[in-house]
Ligand binder design. Structure first.
Ligand code: UDX
Length: 450
């Protein structure tokens, strides 16, 4: 099929590239000149495993092209994705101005179109319920083409977005027109493994499904974070509880890892948006508020634990921060717990030396020269009074811990992702503090400063 994708940010680019890889002819429209140049030179502007390789293949074969000219991109289009950002406003409301502007530009460009056949406009951006129905009306009034708007939420995790797109658990389509559902079924045909995983519903159900999915996942994490408080108080182990409940098939094992809080571009934004969506129909969602409060508190809890275990005043302490990205396998720092936690450390007068395999450049835009930047965790720990581990990069579990302990001022690690092995910590002489798990505590060796 002939596909146009408007907006080549994270979601748009993954969508465009993956659709090209399953045989569609795709044109991506991007109006940021710097990003467009990169795309036209076939450089992937974001770090996402597998995406650059797939892009190179599809650009090379001509299946995927990029332009800033929306009108020319629409010439033969059968389906058009709107994949522009819907970021949160400071009050948590969804900012619709980019989507509305893109929809207006699209409606103008479609104004004179006299193409045969119907056109399907797909809202890929995450939008509050009612948006796609409204856009459907707007497009119908403003264009002559026979067109239908559908909502098609994305469920792409950073770090595994290509796989998530090509092997989806389910594809959700919201709309009211059987022909539009058929077109969407054809579009996704190569990746639909089971018929029951293609779910057609009305616009509002599809739109709310996206918020419900992310809020449910965030709720599971916040629940486990709450449980980790009880574990710390009663001497239980949150990992045992995770296994204990995750093996109940009604609960399942996913998204039950306790830690220093969830972050990223979706969970915080979508949970906050659901609070607003509830409020706009005069419903105060205590549940959604609790998810957010627990997440906020969890970052502070991590900091408080570090301060409590430090064995010296936090003011003037040297803290090594391992991991800045909101999770492993991404350079994304949006809403990363590291931002709040480093903020607490700096406010208390600590010196921070930070490292991350991918996210340092992004974090430099936040903290500039108020912290020291080092390229690897071993150097970050030299002379440190404690390590704060904030991202679960797999390479952090196989570091030369003996060497690290020997160079630290105090061999203390507070593990905000529960990703290090307790026995290895013990063998290497660390004071080790995970969250909601028993600590490893031996006599602290303090290096004398000469
Ligand atoms: C999420 C959704 O999973 C995806 O479907 C949606 O479309 C976009 O938002 P993403 O933000 O890429 O994806 O990351 P995800 O892997 O879901 O993790 C989000 C946050 O939760 C991270 O900070 C992660 O560290 C944290 N997390 C995840 C936990 O704290 N515990 C867990 O068990 C799982």
């Amino acid at each position: 099929m002939e596909v146009t994708v408007i907006g080549c940010g994270y979601v748009g680019l993954v969508t465009a590239t993956c659709l090209a890889s399953i045989g569609h002819t795709v044109r991506g429209v991007e109006n940021d000149p710097r990003k467009l140049r990169l795309l036209q030179e076939c450089h992937c502007p974001i770090f996402e495993p597998g995406l650059q390789e797939l892009m190179s293949e599809q650009c090379g074969s001509g299946q995927l092209r990029f332009t800033s000219d929306i009108k020319s991109s629409l010439e033969d289009a059968q389906v058009i994705f709107l994949a522009v950002g819907t970021p949160p406003r400071p009050d948590g409301m969804v900012e619709m101005c980019y989507l509305d502007a893109a929809a207006k530009e699209l409606a103008d460009a479609l104004g004179g179109r006299t193409a045969d056949g119907s056109l399907t406009i797909i809202v890929k951006s995450t939008v509050p319920p009612g948006t796609s129905r409204r856009l459907n009306e707007v497009f119908r009034q403003r264009t002559q083409s026979e067109l239908h708007v559908v909502d098609n939420p994305e469920f792409l995790r950073e770090g595994s977005a290509v796989k998530d797109f090509l092997e989806p658990d389910r594809i959700i389509i919201g709309g009211d027109n059987p022909e539009a559902f058929r077109i969407m079924r054809r579009l996704y045909d190569p990746i639909i493994k089971r018929e029951e995983n293609f779910l057609a519903m009305n616009w509002e159900s599809a739109e709310l499904t996206k918020y419900a999915a992310n809020t449910m996942l965030a709720a599971r994490i916040s629940f486990m974070n709450e449980m980790s408080i009880l574990c710390d108080s009663y001497g239980a182990d949150i990992e045992d509880i995770r296994k204990g409940i995750g093996t109940d098939f009604r609960i399942g094992p996913w998204f039950l890892r306790a830690g220093c809080g969830y972050g990223g571009s979706c969970f915080p934004k979508d949970v906050a948006a659901l609070e607003h969506i509830s409020r706009s129909v005069a419903h105060e969602s205590l549940f959604v508020q609790a998810i957010q409060t627990i997440n906020r508190n969890q970052k502070r809890r991590f900091y408080d634990k570090l301060v409590a275990k430090l064995g010296r005043p936090i003011e003037g302490a040297q803290i090594a921060v391992w991991g800045l990205a909101f999770k492993a396998d991404t350079d994304d720092i949006r809403e990363s717990p590291a931002i709040d936690i480093i903020g607490y450390l700096l406010s208390a007068g600590a010196h921070v030396r930070a490292t991350d395999p991918k996210a340092m450049d992004n974090m430099k835009q936040v903290f500039h020269d108020s912290i020291q930047w080092v390229v690897d965790p071993v150097s970050a720990a030299v002379g440190a009074d404690a390590v704060a581990l904030l991202t679960d990069w797999p390479q952090y579990s196989t570091l030369p811990f003996r060497k690290i302990a020997a160079t630290m001022n105090r061999p203390i690690i507070v593990d905000g992702r529960n990703c290090l092995h307790r026995d290895i910590m013990r063998e290497n002489g660390f004071q080790y503090y995970p969250l909601g798990r028993p600590a490893v505590e031996s006599k602290v060796r303090v290096r004398s400063k000469t």
